[in-house]
Write a protein that binds this ligand. Structure first.
Ligand SMILES: *[C@@H]1O[C@H](CO)[C@@H](O)[C@H](O)[C@H]1NC(C)=O
Ligand SMILES: *[C@@H]1O[C@H](CO)[C@@H](O)[C@H](O)[C@H]1NC(C)=O
Ligand SMILES: *[C@@H]1O[C@H](CO)[C@@H](O)[C@H](O)[C@H]1NC(C)=O
Length: 533
């Protein structure tokens, strides 16, 4: 797309570069013979010059991405994040949202439950068996599961037909079960993981909101009770079920790990996007945050699982490089999700792409020619960064193979160029791990302090350990990410906790799989156990 602003900018930059080169020639004749001059020391070079040595840019990148990663500074940032969280506990419609789920599992819940997970592109249904925490590794098990692709034809099913399609998939799974429980008079309890907007009215009820993503179903069902729609569809097929829990992926991840490991009070999703859930005392929220709830809810609830929407925090706290500023400026929603723009899978690749753009222009990376496949925003996948960082071959041939496959019209980069990209990836990902650690440390501190203020026992006091349930490709699969984040957390704990306390506390990031199904089943079991079903 021709962009007039771009061409004006280019002309201006060219002019500035020529000026800078002239200045350099006059003041530093050696520069024209290619001797690298450090721009920060000389103060003469404009930021963008015609032929900046690649190593010089690499230096600047190293510096600007690692500058904030000093533990003392990180502790200060964590304190500032806590203040932002606290403010939003009082008042905010977008963040720090208390769910209706208040109890974490005791680990003693037992039984077999149906769980479904309705996502944007897949539908899953499973029979989940809870055997009690004392059973160890196998205490929580998927006995049988089915997965169906939600393709366009399913997305286009209007109104009730979408729920009929769901009921048919549930029937298939039950039909295979010899378990008499599902043929009996008593309705079979079902847990629902729902990855779409919903106006939750209780832990098992919620009004359907517009689903987006091309789904036609919500058009005719907006405002209706999701549980009621599913139960009715099942009844039309002669299936006797009752929906006893509706949860989102953050709560599901927390409940799953908490069933297995009692020190779990937080969960973290970090893949394409990020989010975190935390178990906080009810009394640390402003009252209007709870909306309309039955008095019986307050009578039962001491703490509540809270959707932090953590991606929206960090503005004015987490330092940005000029490439972050560029990304933010060019974003359709500038400043909307400060943390998200610097740590998630959707953006890590884009930050590196912006750096590549500059390096092509000013350092003649790739012979000064930007591959057409990298012209569009978001055309560099974060997967490439992960491959670069895990590539230990001397010539970085794995990364090279990736580029050949995904960017076929690109001239093969030199090993020096690949090494530069690897270093850039490392700077960007390491800072992401640090910013995540700061945000988590702040949540962890908030929870501990809030428990203290309310004379509640925090599980970490019992065992000296806090487990954070993790889901998502970046935190669970990006090479070195979880390890680095864990190390940053340990460093933060050491500085922030004075005295003997510091040697007793650890924060463990624990990958948690199949949480949408397992967690939905755990939510049902909790509701049966505490009698709220
Ligand atoms: C929180 O963010 C994650 C990642 O973007 C998303 O998958 C999840 O649905 C969000 N949770 C809620 C309750 O909206
Ligand atoms: C390179 O890629 C291959 C195939 O994906 C993989 O098996 C191998 O472990 C990788 N090697 C390195 C050093 O990254
Ligand atoms: C982890 O830290 C190492 C050492 O500083 C660094 O090379 C690597 O790129 C980092 N990776 C991530 C994902 O943070």
């Amino acid at each position: 797309m021709p962009d007039r602003r771009y061409s004006i900018r280019t002309v201006l930059e060219l002019f500035q570069s020529v000026l800078a080169a002239l200045e350099a020639m006059l003041c530093y004749p050696s520069a024209i013979r290619g001797v690298s001059l450090n721009s920060r020391k000389s103060g003469w070079y404009s930021k963008r010059q015609v032929h900046r040595p690649l190593e010089d840019l690499a230096d600047e990148i190293r510096q600007s991405f690692s500058l904030p990663l000093n533990v003392q500074k990180m502790v200060v940032m964590s304190n500032e994040m806590q203040a932002q969280y606290r403010e939003k506990l009082e008042r905010s419609e977008n963040t720090m949202l208390p769910s209706h789920n208040h109890a974490l599992p005791t680990g003693q819940e037992e039984g077999t439950y149906l769980a479904i997970d309705v996502g944007g592109s897949t539908f899953k249904v499973a029979l989940v068996e809870l055997r009690g925490r004392s059973q160890g590794k196998d205490c929580l098990k998927i006995v049988r599961a089915h997965c169906a692709v939600i393709d366009n034809s399913v997305r286009c099913l209007p109104g009730l037909q979408f729920f009929d399609w769901i009921a048919a998939r549930i029937e298939e799974t039950i039909a295979e079960s010899s378990d008499t429980q599902f043929n009996a008079e008593k309705p079979c309890p079902l847990g629902v993981s729902w990855s779409f907007p919903i106006e939750q009215t209780s832990s098992k009820g919620g009004k359907v909101l517009s689903m987006g993503k091309g789904f036609q179903c919500s058009k005719h069902t907006v405002g209706q009770d999701l549980g009621g729609l599913i139960v009715a569809a099942c009844q039309r097929r002669g299936l006797n079920v009752c929906v006893d829990a509706i949860i989102n992926d953050g709560s599901a991840t927390l409940l799953t790990r908490a069933y297995i490991e009692p020190s779990t009070t937080l969960s973290l999703i970090l893949g394409t996007g990020t989010n975190a859930s935390i178990h906080l005392p009810v009394s640390c929220f402003g009252r209007e945050k709870f909306g309309v709830r039955d008095p019986s809810w307050y009578a039962q609830a001491q703490k509540v699982i809270t959707n932090t929407e953590i991606s929206l925090f960090g503005r004015g706290i987490l330092p940005m490089t000029r490439w972050d500023e560029q990304l933010n400026r060019e974003h359709t929603l500038p400043d909307f999700q400060p943390l998200e723009y610097m740590i998630t899978g959707r953006y890590l690749g884009e930050i590196v792409r912006l750096i590549i753009l500059e390096a092509v222009e000013t350092c003649s990376l790739f012979g000064g020619r930007l591959p057409t496949s990298l012209v569009d925003s978001y055309s560099l996948d974060t997967a490439f960064l992960a491959i670069l960082e895990s590539d230990d071959t001397p010539l970085l041939s794995n990364a090279s193979t990736y580029l050949e496959k995904h960017h076929p019209h690109m001239k093969r980069p030199t090993t020096t160029e690949l090494a530069f990209l690897k270093e850039v990836a490392s700077c960007v990902s390491k800072r992401a791990a640090a910013y995540l650690a700061i945000s988590i440390h702040a949540l962890w501190t908030l929870e501990k302090e809030a428990d203290q203020e309310n004379s509640l026992t925090n599980p970490s006091e019992v065992c000296g350990k806090t487990t954070i349930a993790c889901d998502g490709s970046v935190i669970n699969k990006y090479p070195g990410f979880r390890q680095n984040c864990t190390q940053f957390l340990a460093d933060l704990l050491e500085i922030s906790l004075a005295g003997p306390e510091s040697s007793r506390e650890t924060i463990v990031l624990e990958p948690t799989h199949d949480a949408t199904l397992l967690g939905a089943a755990v939510a049902v079991a909790i509701c049966e156990a505490d009698g709220s079903c």
